[in-house]
Design a protein around this ligand. Structure first.
Ligand code: NAD
Length: 278
């Protein structure tokens, strides 16, 4: 899934050279790819994750390409951890100008069963952690004259995903957090946007796609007729992180191969059923 540094891609148009970028959850499938792509575009990248070894391994892989990347252990639910990570970033790379709030967790359960403790734990990561990072790295952006925040939402933030416990709720809340950041920090030169993926093939979700029938049915339901890749997400994040999107703020970009538009095609129309699924 590593696709960075392809000579066919011109990333200079993004104007990201030497910009300091922080990616949370960077040891994961999507976060790792975003970090690789930011580095390939010339950013100095800090990879934050509670999985210290995972973040360090990807940082080392990026450094092999000649780019500047550091892995930092950080549990984003811990204010002291986040403050310490922010200090390391400022000292070793400079003030953060790009924050990618990507770290998240998913605990599946029915609303009738879920324990409040589990509910709160998930919100502490997916929502509270995003706020703590926006505060710590937002302060650096304010002092540096501006920046861009990109938060990883999900289409389940706008469409209820049953039995996902607090996950859908957390992603809906993240969307409002981003809109509030847009309004409260816009005057400081900070933009805030969400990208909302659906059906992305990552090491985490790979087990789902190992089942050929599930793969076929998931491919069939998306108008793009394929499962998304981490690269699909990273490209959009880079655009929103860069000044090429300098008048875009408070938006939620759905990266779902058109899935959100497909619901009415599920309703059979006599004479066209076959065409709809071909
Ligand atoms: N994969 C998909 O299909 C999909 C779909 C919609 C949205 N998303 C969103 O994209 C983002 C990345 O997803 P992914 O599939 O790469 O997941 P992933 O599980 O591969 O990566 C998540 C990373 O976050 C880290 N993390 C979790 N809790 C943390 C904490 N408290 N502090 C620091 N790090 C923590 C994990 O260690 C992991 O490395 C998430 O926000 C997820 O909700 C993914």
């Amino acid at each position: 899934m590593t696709v960075s540094n392809s000579p066919a891609i011109d990333r200079d148009w993004l104007g990201l050279k030497n910009r300091v970028a922080v990616v949370t959850g960077a040891a994961g499938g999507i976060g790792g790819e975003i970090a690789r792509e930011l580095a390939a575009a010339g950013c100095l990248v800090a990879l934050l994750d509670r999985d210290e070894a995972g973040a360090a391994a990807i940082a080392a892989e990026i450094a092999q390409t000649g780019a500047n990347a550091i892995g930092i252990h950080c549990d984003i639910t811990d204010p002291d951890n986040v403050a310490a990570a922010a200090d390391i970033v400022a000292t070793r790379l400079g003030p953060c100008r790009i924050l990618v709030n990507n770290a998240a967790t998913l605990y599946a359960d029915a609303l009738m069963n879920i324990k409040l403790e589990k509910w709160n734990q998930l919100l502490a990561v997916n929502l509270g952690g995003a706020l703590l990072c926006a505060q710590a790295f937002g302060r650096q952006m304010i002092a540096a004259g501006g920046g861009s925040m990109v938060h990883l939402g999900s289409i389940s933030g706008s469409l209820p995903q049953p039995y996902s416990g607090a996950y859908s709720v957390s992603k809906a809340g993240l969307g409002m957090l981003s809109q509030l950041l847009t309004v409260e920090l816009g005057g400081d030169g900070i933009r805030s946007n969400v990208v909302s993926p659906a059906m992305i093939r990552t090491p985490l979700s790979e087990v789902i796609y190992q089942n050929p029938e599930v793969l076929r049915r998931r491919e069939e339901i998306a108008p793009a007729r394929r499962i998304g890749t981490t690269r699909d997400i990273a490209e959009a994040v880079l655009f929103l992180a860069s000044d090429r999107s300098s008048y875009i703020s408070g938006q939620d970009l759905k990266i779902d191969g058109g899935l959100n538009q497909a619901w009415l095609s599920l309703i059979p129309r006599p004479g066209f059923e076959k065409k709809d699924t071909e």
